[in-house]
Design a protein around this ligand. Sequence first.
Ligand code: SF4
Ligand code: SF4
Length: 142
Amino acid sequence: MTHIITSLCLRDGGCVEVCPVECIVPGVPQDQYPTYYIDPDTCIDCGACVPACPYNAIFPEHDVPSAYVAQGGEYLSRVGFTGRYEGVNHHGVNVVLNTVKQLDPGETVDLTLDIQANYEYFKSGPGYKANDTDEARTARGG
Ligand code: SF4
Ligand code: SF4
């Protein structure tokens, strides 16, 4: 089992600092991998990252909703979307995303589509090489 970061992630980075096994990394390059990702082989399912996420983007794998009902105003960040989001992460560093869509109240989204992305990021994507980026260093608190 593992926890999964879904496309509700807006790269706040807060989850990285609380993970005891350092298995959360930013997606790079951002236009191909717009969220952060959890290494399923290393995650120990401690759950510490869940309350650390201000956007409620993280779920245990078996609880990832196939019919997430939007409150309205949340952003979904996936390759192919063309909306823009500007914010700051938990260290006050600017975050700009160009692959988002803002959800309408009551809109339903299948977040299970994001499960495979977490696995693939570490199998065939950059995986822990992302730790060499400034964003990853900032997210780890230094
Ligand atoms: S805390 Fe949430 S928004 Fe921030 S990187 Fe982690 S999953 Fe993404
Ligand atoms: S559940 Fe625990 S081990 Fe898994 S990613 Fe979250 S903080 Fe890390």
